[in-house]
Design a protein around this ligand. Structure first.
Ligand SMILES: [Zn+2]
Length: 326
């Protein structure tokens, strides 16, 4: 019944064909404009969809995004390290999986923050970052002393915070009481003003302290990671160090692979040396191909950058061949 009436109505009010054409053209223009405006997003979505359904069929094009010179590596040297990471995957598979292009979809970013700063500090602490038991022992001593300093500073900080909170609450209670009653003499005003200035000053000092404590945590976590890595590569039977607070030292956090409508990105935050940089780049390239983490501690796709090999392990090879259908 409904549909019959709808048909009848449509039939009884024919749209003039010139009007029809006009709207069709407008619609077409709108689509083309939208396609033009969102062309980068569309291209990204398209290439990622292709890569998801047909992994390894076309090479992933990459380029350099943000590049921070504080890492002390030139762009040319960095690109040659990226090339080594590329070769790690391409040689065993015998396929062109990645290629450099000035406008490559996959952006590789080198981001300098406290992680690299802490790594450099750590390097300066030890005479040489060697893979030896004596280096492990000396690093452990340094860690323990830095950790003791941190704990002491933290206790001091916390007691200052609680004293600050008490005075701030007292100040606020008094101010709101005066606001309610409207009663206060000049002396009280002066005293409250002095107290307000003190509180502001103390708040900003506490902020500075908080930041320096946070930086110490990152430094300690960097050491923890080194200690854990050294312990496992030296086969030492020691309890793993825990990280303090933040979730550092757990994952391959010196790098990150991200994908979305804005494109594919690799972020590199930290590396101790060229070999570690090759490994972290190869690891993130693996994610870009579509690989997940493997349980093999020596694998490039292991969740930690523990190993020293700049080659795929048999488990990595098996995973990538499976993915590429080889
Ligand atoms: Zn990973």
């Amino acid at each position: 019944m409904e549909s019959e009436r709808a048909k009848a109505l449509a039939g009884s009010t024919p749209v003039p064909s010139a009007m029809n054409k006009f709207w069709n053209i407008i619609f077409l223009i709108a689509i083309i404009t939208a396609g033009f405006i969102y062309r980068d997003t569309l291209r990204n979505v398209w290439s990622q969809t292709l890569a998801n359904y047909f992994p390894c069929k076309t090479a992933i094009s990459y380029s350099i995004g943000t590049f921070d010179t504080r890492f002390g590596i030139s762009k040319a040297d960095f690109l040659s390290v990226v090339k080594s990471a590329e070769d790690i995957w391409e040689k065993p598979v015998g396929k062109n999986l990645f290629e450099y292009k000035d406008t490559g979809n996959l952006k590789i970013n080198l981001i300098y923050d406290i992680r690299q700063e802490a790594t450099v500090n750590l390097k300066n602490l030890g005479t040489s970052v060697e893979n030896t038991k004596s280096y492990y022992d000396s690093l452990k001593l340094q860690y323990e002393s830095l950790n003791a300093d941190y704990e002491k500073a933290k206790v001091l900080f916390e007691s200052r915070v609680s004293a600050f909170e008490t005075r701030k609450n007292a100040y606020e209670t008094e101010v709101s009481k005066i606001n309610r009653t409207g009663k206060a003499n000049k002396e009280t005003y002066t005293r409250l003003n002095v107290e307000k200035n003190y509180l502001n000053q103390e708040a900003s000092e506490l902020n500075v302290l908080q930041n320096s404590l946070n930086n110490k945590v990152v430094e300690l976590n960097t050491m923890v990671k080194s200690l854990n890595n050294l312990a496992s590569s030296l086969n030492l039977d020691v309890k793993k160090y825990n990280t303090i607070g933040q979730n550092l030292g757990e994952e391959f956090d010196e790098g990150l692979y991200k994908t979305g409508p804005d494109g594919q990105e690799i972020y590199i935050y930290q590396f101790e040396n060229k070999s570690k940089l090759v490994r972290v780049l190869a690891h993130e390239f693996g994610h870009a191909l579509g690989l997940e983490h493997l349980e093999d501690p020596k694998a490039i796709m292991y969740r930690l950058n523990n190993g020293y090999n700049e080659k795929l392990t048999s488990n990595d090879i098996k995973a990538v061949k499976e993915l590429c259908g080889i």
